[in-house]
Design a binder for this molecule. Structure first.
Ligand SMILES: Nc1nc2c(c(=O)[nH]1)N[C@H]1C(S)=C(S)[C@@H](COP(=O)(O)O)O[C@H]1N2
Ligand SMILES: [Mo]
Length: 328
């Protein structure tokens, strides 16, 4: 069920609760204790926790811990160690080396941050990130990430379902696809001074894919605010597709009627299709996709790559009857 989001000016506590107390209150609610201390009724606290859609908090931490709840999204494999998750990255806006993002992405200004919403939806315009994501209602999801370069990680993301955010913009029936656009700042993103890709980085999903329960918008990982190299302040996570679909540092969301342009498809269409579902049966023209290198453990650690990265149960139905080699 979708509960329409309250606007900031409809939120009584936005103008009466001092920021410090407010943040503190969120922590207390998240830990499930000591409600009496805040002077709030249990009912108010409950509605904060239970609402399916975002109720903007008007605030988000700049760094450090993010209050969140755990969910059933787990995987059997061990988590990739934090230093690897935040030190071995692809974020070409900061350079093409795996350690360039960790080195240079700190230059990106992530607050204030706004997202422009365009196209076939009732609510369009520019929204502060705090009005798009409810930072008092975050969840953790442990997902596998499979890069098209044949390596993989297991990452504990924190964020909100993509469906909850997209629904809040009230897309119309003409919205058959959604496109996402990364920030482009030539001063802060040193890699964009080189024509490696046609900047800004763009990605897209079919609407049913975007509304799938697994599609996620991350604002954190390992219990903390998302490091810049991982796509701060907000990035997509689509665990059944190759990593490049999980676009970072999103500034624009467009509801469109036709298949939108995507950066890697535009750059090398025979190598990277629109769908980009993880598929061990379709080799990349230059290498096999049968197995993957497991990052963070033994340098020789490998595992077999699974169809849809192991998420067939949740996503295979969306591609029934489609030739997944042709529609790669
Ligand atoms: N804007 C943008 N998003 C991006 C990329 C990029 O270069 N620019 N790289 C993609 C690729 S190839 C991968 S594998 C993942 C890596 O995410 P991580 O560094 O958080 O593990 O981000 C994806 N999102
Ligand atoms: Mo990737």
């Amino acid at each position: 069920m979708f509960i329409p989001k309250q606007r900031p000016w409809q939120s009584p506590e936005a103008d009466v609760t001092p920021k410090g107390l407010y943040l503190n209150r969120r922590k207390i609610i998240a830990s499930g204790g000591a409600l009496a201390l805040t002077g709030l009724s249990a009912c108010e606290a409950q509605s904060d926790q239970d609402s399916a859609a975002s109720i903007p908090t008007g605030s988000r931490p700049a760094s450090g811990e993010l209050a969140h709840r755990t969910t059933g999204y787990q995987v059997a494999d061990p988590l990739t160690p934090y230093p690897a998750v935040t030190g071995y990255n692809n974020f070409y806006e900061f350079g093409i080396g795996k350690d360039d993002p960790a080195r240079y992405a700190s230059a990106l200004t992530t607050a204030p941050w706004s997202i422009e919403v365009e196209g076939h939806a009732a609510r369009t315009g520019r929204f502060a990130l705090e009005d798009v994501v409810d930072f008092s209602n975050l969840e953790e999801r442990i997902y596998r990430l499979r890069c098209v370069e044949a390596w993989s990680m297991v990452i504990p993301w924190i964020g909100v379902s993509l469906a909850s955010v997209l629904t809040s913009f009230e897309p119309t029936s003409d919205a058959r696809y959604v496109q996402f656009v990364t920030d482009l700042d030539r001063d802060e993103m040193r890699g964009t001074r080189f024509p490696v890709l046609n900047w800004p980085y763009v990605e897209g999903l079919r609407m049913d894919e975007a509304m799938n329960e697994l599609a996620f918008l991350a604002v954190g990982l390992y219990g903390e605010v998302l490091p810049n190299q991982n796509g701060a302040p907000i990035r997509l996570v689509v665990p059944w597709k190759y990593g490049y679909k999980s676009i970072k540092s999103i500034v624009k969301i467009r509801f469109v009627s036709g298949e939108p342009e995507t950066s890697w498809n535009r750059s090398a269409p025979h190598e990277y299709g629109f769908y980009s579902n993880v598929n061990p049966n379709r080799a990349h023209p230059r290498w096999s996709q049968r197995s993957e290198r497991v990052i963070g453990g033994n340098v020789f650690a490998r595992r077999d790559t699974e169809m849809f990265n192991g998420y067939s149960e949740q996503v295979a139905h969306m591609y029934a009857g489609m030739d997944l080699i042709e529609n790669h």
